[in-house]
Design a protein around this ligand. Structure first.
Ligand SMILES: [Zn+2]
Length: 139
């Protein structure tokens, strides 16, 4: 498994830094975004270090999106949201901020606009952990 020691998401995969993990499969990991649009906003990543869609094998993208489907279903039930946005950015110009491929799974509510991710504020770990517990009940 490719590991980049300067990469924050690789550190999450290897449990070197805390994260509110909701799902772990053989190839993909999902945890709650520390700066969510709404509580329940998750990131799904490959457990191996790949930078973006160009760098990732198709099979990896397929496994990451299969995990995104699994967590989307649980997030929808846990948050009672009206919809889910799946967002994946490639390159700085596209708004990618962490250079380890990640798929945002964002619970959405009627009438709520999508701001830029850089405008979102950090949420306390305890709130993320509570929501992670709730989501895991539906997995
Ligand atoms: Zn990484």
């Amino acid at each position: 498994m490719a590991f980049d020691e300067s990469c924050i998401f690789c550190k999450i995969v290897h449990k070197q830094i805390p994260a509110s993990i909701i799902y772990e499969g053989e190839a993909a990991l999902a945890f709650l975004d520390i700066r969510p649009l709404n509580l329940g906003h998750a990131l799904v990543i490959p457990k191996s270090h790949f930078v973006d869609i160009f760098d990732s094998p198709s099979i990896t993208l397929s496994k990451v999106h299969a995990a995104a489907k699994i967590v989307s279903t649980a997030i929808k039930k846990a948050t009672n949201c009206d919809g889910i946005s799946i967002i994946q950015q490639n390159g700085k110009a596209a708004g990618q901020d962490i250079f380890h491929l990640h798929v945002h799974v964002v619970p959405r509510f009627e009438g709520q606009k999508m701001p830029s991710f850089s405008e979102l504020k950090e949420v306390e770990r305890s709130k993320l952990d509570d929501m992670a517990k709730k989501i895991k009940k539906y997995l």
